[in-house]
Design a protein around this ligand. Structure first.
Ligand code: F0G
Length: 481
């Protein structure tokens, strides 16, 4: 990818694609935004899309597809067993990862279910750089536990460490020495989601794999966010700068025993699956696919999505394609830093992450600062983000809160979906909110499900702060939306 410099000295990311299909958006008035937030129980998962202007909830299943992906969907081979579409997908994975076997699943968490059912039992310990919500839920459901071994820098909100997703190798070694017999596999999460889409270095990935193999254990990669991680390895790691994306991918894949992914992210489609090198590992998991997903040659996916995924995986090897997300996220993050708004640095993949703990320090963790900020950002600009803090944690067995190590509001930038002016609008409304941050208060649960409460839970504000925010907006913006 050639660096594009501007004659006037301006510096912003340039789209290397053009828009050929558009979807109309509505920006509803601030009063309606506040009303919609209340109707949704102050949980952005429960908002209706018609009330949302920029949907930054997630990058999952909402990335823009290319013309080639759409074209491939038209030639999908729709057969229950042995479809040519599956063969094409499986061959593409073998070409990219060198993996001989592929188990399809309807999405990433279904692959996690299969892995957990195969390898996790009561007392199992799964070391990982950091947990992901659905991963942890599958492991703990079966009586296992998660051990987070990310480097200390990983949970520091502001840092200039280029690879905050790295494992602490000493801690991993110590865990193997003390509790090795309880460890079935080590999970490496590329583009570590919950700490701000932060990457691991190629060097760290290699070292984790070597150490794990030294102790005779399996190495599993969650490659859902591998595309962002590949971009960061190529641009931030001296040793990798002359390697192609394809070479870096292969070096990583050769060291893994199992690679699983959500194709709602990796491959810019929908679906997922598990790629494996070894036949005996494949056979261990195989029967769970027809039991929970669908026959072995579709695994719950539509053949159209599998065709789109095949093309999307090929396009993931193109720096012009995988750089767009990280470059836009860097632009948004840098602009917010310039305006003094607290964000996670350095910018990672997936989205821009606001630091709710510093944005609204007056809201204590037991009143959910990241959830409150999510509600406030929606009221301020019609921007839907995702709480990534204490609400996303599960309570302890004794019912006490498990306070998250970081309180973040994730504003995802689905790949190639938003324009730069939409990002500028988001920055403007967040800056306005930051200047009115004293108005924002906390939330409390009114309906709290016992698991995955962040999806379905309903909350209410602890005071009338949403109304005050609406009034301040009207005072400042007049009758503007
Ligand atoms: N692993 C990671 C790292 C993920 O980010 C996700 C999903 C999954 C596994 C599960 O995959 O959704 O296809 O079942 N992340 C979405 C998100 C939900 O919004 O970050 P899935």
């Amino acid at each position: 990818m050639a660096e594009i410099r501007f004659y006037t000295g301006d510096n912003f990311p340039l789209e290397l694609h053009k828009v050929r299909i558009v979807q109309k958006l509505d920006l509803v008035p601030v009063e309606r935004r506040a009303e919609a937030m209340a109707e949704a129980g102050y949980n952005t998962f429960l908002l209706k899309n018609k009330d949302i202007f920029l949907d930054m909830l997630t990058d999952s299943g909402v990335n823009a597809m290319s013309d080639r992906q759409l074209a491939a969907m038209m030639v999908a081979d729709d057969s229950y067993a042995g479809s040519a579409t599956f063969t094409r997908l499986s061959e593409k994975l073998e070409e990219i990862f060198g993996t001989k076997y592929f188990l399809p699943s309807h999405q990433g968490r279904a692959a996690e279910n299969i892995l957990a059912m195969t390898f996790v039992s009561k007392g199992s310990i799964i070391p990982m750089n950091y947990h992901f919500t659905t991963t942890k839920a599958h492991i703990t459901r079966l009586g296992g536990s998660v051990e987070e071994l990310v480097i200390d820098e990983g949970v520091k909100i502001t840092s200039d460490h280029p690879f905050k997703g790295n494992f602490d190798l000493e801690k991993l070694d110590e865990l193997f020495r003390c509790k090795g017999s309880s460890i079935p596999f080590v999970r490496i999460e590329a583009g570590t989601n919950l700490i701000g889409g932060q990457p691991l270095s190629l060097e760290n990935i290699m070292a984790v794999a070597d150490l794990t193999h030294k102790y005779g254990k399996l190495v599993v990669m969650d490659a859902s966010l591998l595309q962002d991680n590949l971009y960061f390895i190529k641009t931030r790691e001296e040793k990798a700068k002359d390697l192609s994306i394809r070479q870096i991918t292969r070096m990583i894949a050769d060291k893994m025993d199992i690679i699983y992914f959500s194709a709602r992210k990796l491959g810019f489609a929908r679906g997922g699956g598990i790629a494996v090198h070894d036949e005996s590992l494949y056979l261990k998991m195989r029967e769970l696919v027809p039991m929970f997903e669908g026959f072995l040659t579709y695994g719950g996916m539509s053949v159209r999505e599998m065709e789109a995924m095949t093309v999307g995986l090929e396009e993931t090897m193109d720096m012009d394609v995988i750089s767009q997300g990280p470059l836009f996220i860097k632009y948004m993050t840098d602009e917010l830093v310039k305006l003094g708004v607290p964000v996670v640095t350095p910018a990672g993949g997936l989205g821009c992450h606001l630091d709710a703990s510093r944005f609204i320090p007056q809201v204590s963790q037991t009143e959910y600062p990241a959830g409150s900020l999510a509600a406030a950002v929606f009221i301020a600009g019609g921007l839907r983000g995702m709480e990534r803090g204490t609400i996303s944690e599960q309570r302890e067995e004794d019912g006490s809160e498990h306070l998250a190590s970081v309180e973040l509001l994730r504003l995802a930038l689905p790949r190639r979906v938003f324009t730069l002016s939409q990002v500028k609008y988001a920055v403007d409304r967040i800056k306005w909110l930051y200047d009115h941050r004293d108005l924002i208060g906390g939330l409390r649960f009114v309906e709290e499900p016992s698991s995955l409460r962040f999806f379905f839970g309903r909350l209410e504000p602890v005071s009338s702060w949403p109304e005050k925010l609406v009034k301040a907006f009207r005072d400042d913006f007049g009758d503007s939306l």
